[in-house]
Design a protein around this ligand. Sequence first.
Ligand SMILES: NC(=O)c1ccc[n+]([C@@H]2O[C@H](COP(=O)([O-])OP(=O)(O)OC[C@H]3O[C@@H](n4cnc5c(N)ncnc54)[C@H](O)[C@@H]3O)[C@@H](O)[C@H]2O)c1
Ligand SMILES: O=P(O)(O)OC[C@H](O)CO
Length: 345
Amino acid sequence: MSKPLPHKIAVMGAGSWGTTFAKVLADAVSDQDIPVQIWARREEAAREINERHTNSRYLRDTKLPTNISASAQIAEVLTGADLVVLAIPSQSLREELAKFVQYFEQDVVLLSLMKGLERGTDLRMSEVMAEVTGIPADRIAVLSGPNLAMEIAREQPTASVVACSNAQTAHWIAQLCSAPYFRPYTNDDVLGVELGGIVKNIIALAVGMCDGMGMGDNTKSTVITRGLAETTRLVLALGGRLETLSGLSGLGDLVATCSSSLSRNNTAGRLLGQGLFLEEVNDRMSQTAEGIKSARAVLDLSTSHQVDMPITESVVMVLEGTLSVENMAERLLSRELKSEGELQK
Ligand SMILES: NC(=O)c1ccc[n+]([C@@H]2O[C@H](COP(=O)([O-])OP(=O)(O)OC[C@H]3O[C@@H](n4cnc5c(N)ncnc54)[C@H](O)[C@@H]3O)[C@@H](O)[C@H]2O)c1
Ligand SMILES: O=P(O)(O)OC[C@H](O)CO
């Protein structure tokens, strides 16, 4: 028997992707009378969405569907929601979830849109969600793919992946976010899908650095390709599947993020490559660039599983001030020669 439609969908986070994905959901379920409600931290943001159907801070002139409402009250948004979508910065998830958990409905399904690894624990967001809420894995899913929010807000066609250990849950969510301009596939390799989305942010920082230093397409293509190789080594060492990395949440997202000036990680890398200090870059970024915070956690995770991730390691060194961007290429190119096909640790 298939799972019944939800009574209500809650989206926690009124930033760039939370608001855009709320639009995807609202467009997907528009003929089914399912309300979509966004939780915004700021009252003014909630009021703007309700009264003007816009979120101008993040999505400029995008008009949001009228079946989206917003509130700054956590209890109001979560009450009655059978699907809760989480779209806040990864490093704040644990703290925010602790406030949300008391309002979750009995059989709620959680969907993470986040692409970061928790510093200090090296946990993926789906793992933090399981740990904090006690909700079983068959009701925790992640969505990841080449999904630059601004393009999707403009309804430019794209695809994505809904990953859950339970195929029925993944299919249920995929149906709920299948819009004319958004096509979700399903996958049961949650680890592979999630890690692809996390590591590509760090590779995009590295590609941005190359760009900022004026390097050309050969260099950037080399970083993207070898970035995929080190992502693959990590995913395989942790039990994910090789084919996930050639899919939308692996290669697809890596290519989109590393080649787009809309990417915050790519932009942050470019600014570092142009010689700005990290503090200056952080000051200029008004939105979340997950790779900056996750890079150290990814390196720690790889070290604890003896996985070699030289690009990630170099990015961490640049971020932590122990390597200059100018010396990054020399550090990477002077390593011992090896066979291209080595996908093991
Ligand atoms: N923007 C994209 O194109 C995109 C696409 C795919 C995935 N993602 C991922 O989705 C997640 C959210 O990204 P986004 O683009 O919506 O970020 P954003 O910076 O645009 O918005 C983050 C939102 O979270 C809110 N928030 C709630 N609690 C917070 C707290 N404790 N600290 C700080 N902010 C808090 C902020 O007010 C803001 O509305 C990230 O993990 C990102 O990697 C983003
Ligand atoms: O803007 P970024 O760098 O956070 O990337 C956004 C999305 O993850 C692209 O899929």
